[in-house]
Design a protein around this ligand. Structure first.
Ligand SMILES: [Zn+2]
Length: 113
């Protein structure tokens, strides 16, 4: 996974992340994943899977599906990218994958303010 060294600044799964209250009274933390500018470009140009961060360069940009996790890169990568909370920061671009991660679990219950 060495190629990710230059693409991801930090994955913060600790207490600094936002907390979401799940059904049944359980609590889940939202990981914050910070990409470098290069990493964000990889996502935007379809050579890095937004779901598993698999290297797609050998397949060319925007393959139909990620060979690692099966994510429909061609169809959904830019949609997913657009739905996520993307913002510029000094260090690069921050992309929240919390929405995607939440879909992998159970349905979220919005926190009661
Ligand atoms: Zn993937």
């Amino acid at each position: 996974m060495s190629y990710l060294d230059g693409l991801i600044v930090d994955i913060d799964e600790g207490e600094r992340s936002r907390v979401r209250h799940m059904s049944g009274g359980r609590v889940a933390y939202e990981p914050k994943i910070t990409f470098t500018r290069e990493g964000f470009e990889w996502l935007r140009t379809g050579i890095l899977c937004i779901q598993c961060f698999g290297d797609l360069r050998h397949l060319g940009a925007f393959p139909d599906n990620c060979p690692t996790c099966g994510f429909p890169v061609k169809e959904l990568q830019l949609v997913q990218l657009g739905q996520d909370d993307v913002g510029e920061e000094d260090i690069g671009s921050r992309l929240s994958l919390s929405d995607e991660l939440s879909r992998m679990g159970e349905l979220w219950v919005p926190p009661e303010s």
